[in-house]
Design a protein around this ligand. Structure first.
Ligand SMILES: Cc1ncc(COP(=O)(O)O)c(C=O)c1O
Length: 419
């Protein structure tokens, strides 16, 4: 019996899709890093919005005012999730990639030819190519932070050596969506600030697992996506107020020039934002339940949720890691030392000595275990590790997974080994 197991099995009941069966067996969803399952209340919030409140915002009638109120509350919830004190500095959009493209276009207006931006070989391409494209347009140099291949961590000496007078921006992930590596973002933000550079943090992979804290980290921008933390397909971004106010946003007329509207182009996905609010409140309620304090405010409740989730995921993740290391045909990429668990999330990528990644994923899929194979857009990484074109198989645990699911996955992988 794991610590907190019955508590998390109860949370699991809130996710209708987890009832799905394939050939008489429950499906095992290990595809969370590509998008998590959604609790009933998130779906309900979206249906309620469309049923009872659907309207454009800013009007003088009931449904429009209700839409305004929803947006207001969603900004507050998102600020609580990100550790920001100003809800106007959080804005919504289609997804992380689209938001990053927009902000990169605006930010690059402040760059001069010969300036530099620093990206990493560990990041998802959505935190690399938007910067590379903006740099190309402005005559700016893109420099790459290398990784330690043996454990999939960033080479922090390399990062520091590449920070200099010319660095305008450091774009880095909070955690790798491929290897689960957690980056020391507070240190990186500090080093960047000392060099006079801004930081752009990609928290997409980190968000379902651990508490984000833009204020404590000293970030300048942070972006994530609700569909990775139990919500619908909506992107969220936070930025420092002075930057959001001073940067030139690409806007149509007569769209608002004040925050947050300045950065939200076109009519928003209100039902998706309703679902995002419900996902954040799902997590806050998980924290209230975990502590037995139903009246906790949202931010402390979210911190409590992520403390409980972290403890539980660690048990699942360590069990998975230990089991994988015992199957001789498998190679685990990234941090494989249990003692260094604090440096990783329970997202574990493997390769099989005999089968291609796509074949392993196919076999697991037939057995009702849903995983991804390939590079998951962490293309710099798979190229650096010499793993193109096949990539790796990614086993992504979140808090609705169970120890039985981990055992079933391990048994299936062990069976795939040649006798
Ligand atoms: C770490 C990371 N960053 C960025 C993205 C892109 O997010 P979106 O689909 O919201 O554009 C993903 C999606 O998989 C991701 O895992």
């Amino acid at each position: 019996m794991l610590h907190d197991e019955s508590f998390f099995l109860r949370q699991r009941q809130q996710f209708p899709s987890l009832q799905r069966q394939l050939q008489g067996h429950p499906v095992v969803y290990l595809d969370g890093p590509a998008g998590t399952q959604v609790p009933q209340r998130v779906m309900q919030a979206m249906v309620d919005y469309l049923t009872r409140h659907n309207a454009n915002h800013g009007g003088c009638f009931a449904t429009s005012r209700e839409s305004d109120a929803l947006l207001h509350e969603a900004h507050r919830a998102a600020a609580d999730l990100l550790g920001a004190d100003d809800p106007d500095c959080v804005f919504f959009g289609s997804n992380m990639t689209t938001l990053t493209m927009a902000v990169s276009r605006a930010l690059s207006q402040t760059w001069q030819p010969g300036d530099e931006v620093l990206v990493t070989r560990l990041d998802h391409d959505a935190n690399v190519t938007p910067w590379a494209l903006a740099a190309r347009d402005r005559g700016v140099v893109v420099r790459f932070v290398e990784i330690h291949r043996e454990d999939g961590t960033l080479d922090l000496d390399d990062l520091r050596s590449k920070l200099g007078d010319r660095t305008r921006l450091v774009a880095v992930g909070c955690a790798s969506n491929a290897l689960g590596t957690i980056n020391p973002v507070a240190d990186i933000c500090r080093w960047a600030r000392q060099a006079g550079a801004l930081t752009f943090l990609d928290a997409v992979h980190y968000a379902p697992h651990a508490a984000i804290d833009v204020a404590a980290w000293g970030a300048d921008f942070l972006v994530c996506s609700a569909y990775k933390f139990f919500g619908p397909h909506v992107g969220l971004m936070w930025g420092r107020r002075d930057l959001l106010e001073s940067l030139p946003a690409y806007k149509v007329r007569p769209a608002p020039a004040d925050l947050p509207g300045k950065w939200m182009t076109g009519t928003q996905n209100h039902e998706g934002i309703a679902g995002t609010l419900a996902a954040i409140d799902y997590l806050a309620d998980l924290g209230r339940d975990a502590t037995g304090q139903p009246s906790l405010d949202r931010r402390p409740a979210l911190l409590a949720a992520f403390a409980a989730i972290g403890r539980y995921e660690r048990q699942l993740g360590q069990h998975l890691l230990a089991g994988l290391l015992q199957i001789p045909e498998l190679q685990v990429w990234g941090i494989a030392d249990e003692a260094r668990w604090a440096q990783r999330l329970p997202t574990i990528s493997i390769t099989h000595r005999q089968w291609r990644a796509a074949e392993v994923a196919e076999r697991l899929g037939r057995a009702g275990i849903f995983v991804w194979a390939g590079n998951y857009y962490a293309l710099q990484l798979t190229e650096t590790l010499g793993l193109e074109p096949d990539g790796m198989v990614r086993l992504g645990l979140v808090h609705y997974n169970t120890i039985q699911e981990v055992d079933r996955t391990l048994a299936e992988l062990a069976q795939q080994a040649p006798p």
